[in-house]
Design a protein around this ligand. Structure first.
Ligand SMILES: *Cc1c(COP(=O)(O)O)cnc(C)c1O
Length: 224
C-alpha cells in the first residue's frame, strides 16, 4: 500500500494542527515510505523497535528527528543514545537512570517524556498518576543532569468507545497540568497523545504532539 501523501498534506494544512507537532510513526515500514514523507518536509519520525530504528537511522538523512515511542528495555538504551531525538514512553525510574548514564557517555542531554498509564488494558506500560507525581515532586529528576524531561505521553484504550477515550485523554491532560503547576521544570511543554484513531479527540483534549502511523503509511503487516 502506498504512502497516503494526500492525507498527510491535508492534515498538516488543518487549522487545528497549527500548535500540534506531528510524528509520523514508521515502524515496520520501508525506507522508501519514510522518504516520501521526508520529501514533503516531514522530519519527525517515530519507531518502536531498537534494531529497526538503528538500521534506519544509519541509512536515512541525518536531519531526521527520531522519536523512540515503544517500550524501551534498559539494556538497549545504549544503541539509540548517540542519536535519538526524543524518547517517548519512559515508564520507570530505572530506565530514566540508564538513559541519563548513556546520555552522559555520549556527551548529550537526551529529551524524554514520561509515560502515564491511562488505558483500561493492563498490557499498556506507564507510571500511574501517584507514582508519577511522587517522582516529579521528589526533586530526583534534577539529579539526572543528562536528561531533560519534556512532558508526558500516553495511549488511550484500544476501543470504539469514544467517551472512554475522551475521558482517558482528559485525565492525561489533567495529570499534565498537575505536573506543570507546582513544579516548573524548565521545558516541560510536550503532551504526546493521539494516534490515527483518536487524534482529533486528543487535540481537543490539549495534545501538543500526535503520533500517526496507519493513517499516513497504511495498515502494518507484522509478519514480514
Ligand atoms: C504504533 C504506535 C502509534 C501509531 O499508531 P497508529 O494507530 O498506526 O496511528 C502511536 N503511538 C505508539 C506508542 C505506537 O506504538
Amino acid at each position: 500500500m502506498p504512502v497516503n501523501t494526500e492525507s498527510y498534506q491535508q492534515l498538516i494544512s488543518q487549522e487545528c494542527m497549527k500548535n500540534v507537532q506531528l510524528v509520523a510513526v514508521s515502524k515496520t515500514k520501508p525506507n522508501e515510505d519514510i522518504m516520501s514523507l521526508y520529501h514533503l518536509g516531514q522530519r519527525d519520525f517515530g519507531e518502536n523497535y531498537v534494531q529497526e530504528l538503528v538500521d534506519k537511522a544509519a541509512i536515512l538523512p541525518s536531519d531526521i528527528h527520531w522519536h523512540f515511542i515503544g517500550h524501551l528495555q534498559s539494556n538497549k538504551v545504549k544503541y539509540i543514545a548517540p542519536f535519538v531525538y526524543l524518547i517517548q514512553g519512559v515508564d520507570s525510574e530505572k530506565l530514566l537512570i540508564e538513559i541519563n548514564k548513556q546520555a552522559q557517555k555520549n556527551n548529550r542531554v537526551i529529551d524524554v517524556l514520561l509515560q502515564v498509564h491511562i488505558a483500561t488494558e493492563e498490557t499498556k506500560f506507564g507510571f500511574d498518576e501517584m507514582a508519577l507525581l511522587e517522582l516529579m515532586q521528589s526533586g530526583r529528576i534534577a539529579q539526572y543532569t543528562h536528561i531533560k524531561v519534556r512532558g508526558l505521553m500516553g495511549m488511550a484504550s484500544f476501543s470504539d468507545d469514544q467517551k472512554l477515550i475522551q475521558q482517558e485523554l482528559f485525565s492525561l491532560k489533567n495529570t499534565f497540568n498537575k505536573c506543570t503547576q507546582p513544579i516548573h521544570l524548565p521545558a516541560f511543554d510536550i503532551l504526546s497523545m493521539g494516534m490515527s484513531s483518536d487524534y482529533s479527540i486528543a487535540i481537543e483534549q490539549g495534545s501538543t504532539l500526535i503520533r500517526l502511523g496507519s493513517l499516513l503509511f497504511g495498515a502494518r503487516n507484522y509478519k514480514k
